[in-house]
Design a protein around this ligand. Sequence first.
Ligand code: UD1
Ligand code: CA
Length: 468
Amino acid sequence: MKERYAIVLAAGKGTRMKSLRDDISKVSYPILKTPLLKYVLMALHPLGLKKKVVVVGFGGETSSKIAEKEAEIVWQKEQKGTGHAIMMAAPNLSNLEGNTIVCCGDTPLLTTQTLGALLDYHENNHNDLTILTAVLDNPRGYGRIIVDEKGQVEAIREQKDCSKEEEAIKTINAGVYVFDNKKLFDNLDKLSTENAAHEYYLTDMVGIFNRLGYKVGHLSCRDFQETLGVNDRVQLAEAAKIIRKRINTGLMLSGVSIEDPDSTYIGPEVEIGQDTVIAPNVHIYGTSKIGQGNEIGPDCHFENVEIGNGNTITHTHLSEVRIGNGNDLGPYLRARKGVVIGSHTRIGNFNELKNSNFGDGSKCAHLSYVGDADVGERVNIGCGTIIANYDGVNKFRSKIKDGAFVGSGTILISPVTLGEKSLSAAGSVITEDVPDHAMGIARDRQVNKEGYADLYRLQAEAKKNKKE
Ligand code: UD1
Ligand code: CA
């Protein structure tokens, strides 16, 4: 088998996005918090390509970050068209024998299956160039496929260069091609900018290959939706809807229940185990991994979380958090970076956790802040507890050891340790360590003043009368 390579074109500005920003290119726009370019790279990934080259330019720093783990980066400093973009990849590829699949970073719906089929078709037919085509009801904006009387592809005509008759053609260029690599690079210098956009069109290689007598073919994409190119924000939303449906459908078919797919947003890299049930209004993004038999939602937002099995989580916001099994979380928990929750805990009703460990069987059931703390096992944190971890300049860590009972309204001034099975009295401001099995009490002793309530009321009445 011949070696296979890929070039992804991602340097264009994306003028039709109508953005004021100059730091991001069109291919960095996200769908489900994942950039368009990443979708294309994910589709290429399983094809076992020898080399992948991504051409970046406008907003190139951002695009490079998206692609650098997966591909070699080349720069197209000035964007003079798709053909010019290919020229930039010459130092990386021009000497190599094999076939190169070229695709655009703005077509996020392409699947591995389609890209693989195009490569196979190209090789099996011994083509020099194979174009992926589709038939669209509304072909506006796409290059049209011009065929001769024998059905051979003669040329691709860009929308801007089309005659009235050509505009009516519904077979379009999806922007994906497989080229004989050598023949591509050996003939790039034949491209010119004599067209409506004054750009080097990669699509002109079709005419050039034909004139050289090279074999040009095309493969029609079974699902025309796959070829949708994102040029403006309307197409971005269209593509997002299709991708979301694809992901949700895939999960449901693999054994995940999604009660309302229309209000469920799950990113392309998220993994969810069987028998997990997702209620409405749930968003799960990034590299989140969720186990089996969980009940999630309604109204949750997770990013980069690792969640075990059998948890119940409602109305909760989690990011960069690891969670064990059988926990009862929410409603209204927010846990962020660096939180590790064990198993069989109960955390909910308006709590915030940050950069803390929370041990097995521990509870924090109402209105507390736990920041920079190591909470052991079977700890009970009473209502309205605050771990004061910040002095305005530095952050400090506190420890609440196994079996401790934190009375309601305790403020722990970090760094401080509550010992094993210790207790803090409700309303205490704890500034010093409490030993194992001890009780820390840090508030004034109560004084009851007999008859004072009546006196107080009389004084208030008198004040009122004086005013009148
Ligand atoms: C292109 C094709 C068109 C096809 C359509 C499919 C050309 C001339 N036209 O049109 O036939 O139907 O894709 O979606 O190729 N880019 C660069 N450098 C540049 C210009 C563009 O890297 O100088 C990149 C863009 O970032 C984008 C891709 O190439 O990812 C396609 O460019 P775009 O301007 O979107 O081309 P279309 O007008 O959509
Ligand atoms: Ca495009």
